[in-house]
Design a protein around this ligand. Structure first.
Ligand SMILES: [Zn+2]
Length: 341
C-alpha cells in the first residue's frame, strides 16, 4: 500500500557551445498522497540571487516600536480570548503568550509567541521558548475542545519571515481549530482510515518502518519523535517529524513537546547552514475519535526573505501542481544528520 516509486530520465539539449548535454530529471510519487514531484537536478547549477548565502537581517529588524507583539505594546495592541474560552484573555507559559488572531482564519484561530525577542534569525531560538510556545498551543486547543467538541480539525503552523507568509517579523506560531476540515486534514483523515481498515496498522508507523529499514532518508530521533526527509518533497528541503502511535493531543505527554521543539530547532540549523532564512512548519491533528492519523510535523524551506529573491513557486508548481526541487532528499538527509548528533 505504500509504494516509493521513482523514475529518472534525461532531456537531451544542445548547449550554446555546440556540445550535446543530457539533463537528468527525476519524477517521484508521494507514497501517502499519490502526488508526483520532480527533482530537476541541473537547476541546482543555476545562479539564484539571494540564495547563495544567509541574507543579512532586514533593515527594520530592530524596529520594535511599531510591533504589537513586543512586550511593551502586547497588552494594549493585541486582542483577548472570549471569556467563555479564557476569562484571563491570554494564556501564558514561561515567556510565551497566546492570544487570538486579530484576523482569524476560522472559528478558533490564535497566535502563540515564543518570547520578547523581536527578530530571531533562523536556528538561534531557545529550546525552552519553543517548548513553551507549543505547550501554550496545546493548552489553548484543549480549552477549545472542552468548549466546542465539534471543532475537531486542529493545526499548529508557522510562517517564519514574510517570504513564508508571516505578516509580522516577531516570531510566532498560529494555532487553529475548526469544525470544517482543511483540504489536507480531509485527505489525511480518509487516507489514514483507509490504510488502517485494509492493513490493520497505522499509516505513519508503517511509513516510518519502511524508511527506517531503507535508511537513506532517515535523519535521527529527538526523544520519541523520528525525523526524515520526504521521499517526494512538495517543498524545498522538506523534513518530516513523526510521533508513531500517538493520534491525539490528549495522548501527548508533557515531554513530547520539548522533543518536538528540539527537532524543529535542528531543522532550522540545517536550513541556516544552507543559507536559507524562511520556512513553513505544520502539524495537523484530528480529534474526531478516528484514532488513525498519527502526529506528523512537516517543515519546508521557502524563498529567502531578501531583496530580489524569486519565488519558490513557479508556473510549474502553481499551474501544473508538481513541485520541482533541485536536491535529492537522500543528500538532504546526509547534510541534516550532523544537526541531530
Ligand atoms: Zn516585536
Amino acid at each position: 500500500m505504500l509504494l516509493f516509486e521513482q523514475e529518472t530520465f534525461h532531456s537531451r539539449i544542445v548547449l550554446p557551445g555546440g556540445q550535446t548535454a543530457e539533463r537528468p530529471i527525476e519524477i517521484r510519487t508521494n507514497p501517502i498522497t499519490g502526488r508526483t514531484c520532480r527533482i530537476t537536478y541541473s537547476r541546482g547549477e543555476e545562479r539564484e540571487p539571494g540564495a547563495e548565502t544567509l541574507p543579512a537581517p532586514p533593515p527594520f529588524a530592530e524596529n520594535r516600536d511599531a510591533c504589537p507583539f513586543c512586550r511593551t505594546r502586547l497588552a494594549t495592541h493585541t486582542p483577548r480570548l472570549a471569556p467563555e474560552l479564557c476569562p484571563q484573555g491570554r494564556i501564558t507559559r514561561g515567556a510565551s503568550t497566546l492570544f487570538p488572531n486579530l484576523y482569524p482564519y476560522g472559528r478558533y484561530s490564535a497566535v502563540s509567541l515564543f518570547d520578547d525577542r523581536h527578530f530571531v534569525p533562523i536556528g538561534t531560538a531557545g529550546l525552552q521558548s519553543y517548548a513553551d510556545s507549543f505547550l501554550n498551543c496545546r493548552d489553548y486547543l484543549l480549552r477549545v475542545l472542552e468548549y466546542d467538541p465539534t471543532a475537531v480539525h486542529l493545526a499548529i503552523t508557522q510562517n517564519h519571515l514574510p517570504s513564508a507568509g508571516g505578516s509580522l517579523l516577531h516570531p510566532h506560531l498560529q494555532v487553529q481549530a475548526d469544525r470544517a476540515p482543511a483540504n489536507h486534514q480531509r485527505f489525511l483523515q480518509a487516507r489514514a482510515t483507509l490504510h488502517r481498515r485494509k492493513s490493520g496498522t497505522r499509516l505513519f508507523s508503517d511509513y516510518l518502518a519502511l524508511e527506517q529499514e531503507g535508511g537513506a532518508r532517515w535523519i535521527g530521533a529527538t526523544g520519541p519523535w523520528h525525523w526524515l526527509t520526504a521521499f517526494a518533497p512538495e517543498g524545498f528541503y522538506e523534513i518530516w517529524g513523526i510521533l508513531p502511535g500517538v493520534t491525539s493531543l490528549r495522548d501527548m505527554r508533557e515531554d513530547h513537546w520539548p522533543a518536538l521543539a528540539q527537532g524543529v530547532l535542528n531543522t532550522q540549523k540545517l536550513y541556516r547552514s544552507l543559507g536559507r532564512n524562511g520556512y513553513n512548519l505544520g502539524l495537523v491533528l484530528l480529534e474526531d475519535g478516528s484514532d488513525d492519523l498519527e502526529l506528523r510535523v512537516v517543515l519546508t524551506v521557502r524563498s529567502n526573505y531578501a531583496a530580489w529573491v524569486r519565488s519558490d513557486f513557479t508556473g510549474f508548481e502553481v499551474m501544473l501542481g508538481d513541485m520541482a526541487t533541485f536536491t535529492a532528499p537522500e543528500s538532504t538527509a546526509r547534510s541534516a544528520r550532523e544537526f541531530w548528533t
